[in-house]
Design a protein around this ligand. Structure first.
Ligand code: ADP
Length: 138
């Protein structure tokens, strides 16, 4: 079964939108295959965001992502990687259409509710990065 890595970002947790957002994923037919709460640290964030770690705005992302514990989750289902990205909408919440998760609940390009893997390769790498042998995973 296809799997993807989801992070419910600090803004999502702060606004108590976890259930609302998860219900959209479940309504689309996807199920939870792993879940835990984490305080993200600099080293993990630098790995996770290595593709943008040299950008001038990276320190802001780092402090935003570490501002509050997040919920990390593995979602599974047929076509979950592509479908979840469609449910999220584009990165920039101000450009995301109404009806998408970022369009409905996001604030800015940075404060955008949820991370989701963007390809099979990233999903596999990210699941390994955020979950370990001792975590319960379906
Ligand atoms: P996505 O999360 O949609 O895959 P990226 O991988 O490009 O997008 O960026 C990772 C995260 O970094 C975004 O979700 C967002 O929180 C933040 N980000 C991206 N671009 C910017 C930017 N120009 N300014 C501030 N934050 C940004």
């Amino acid at each position: 079964m296809d799997k993807t890595l989801i992070i419910f970002k600090p803004d999502c947790i702060k606004k108590q939108l976890l259930g609302t957002v998860l219900s959209r994923f479940e309504a689309a037919g996807f199920s939870v295959a792993g879940c835990k709460m984490m305080q993200l640290e600099s080293e993990l964030l630098r790995k996770h965001y290595s593709h943008i770690a040299d950008q001038p705005f990276f320190p802001q992302i780092e402090s935003f992502m570490a501002s509050e514990p997040v919920v990390v989750m593995i979602l599974e289902g047929k076509g979950v990687i592509e479908k979840v990205r469609l449910l999220l909408g584009p990165t920039d919440s101000t450009k995301a259409p109404a009806g998408t998760i970022r369009g409905d609940y996001g604030e800015t390009v940075m404060i955008n509710v949820v991370h989701a893997s963007d390809s099979l390769e990233s999903a596999e790498a990210e699941i390994k990065r955020f979950f370990c042998e001792s975590d319960f995973i379906k």
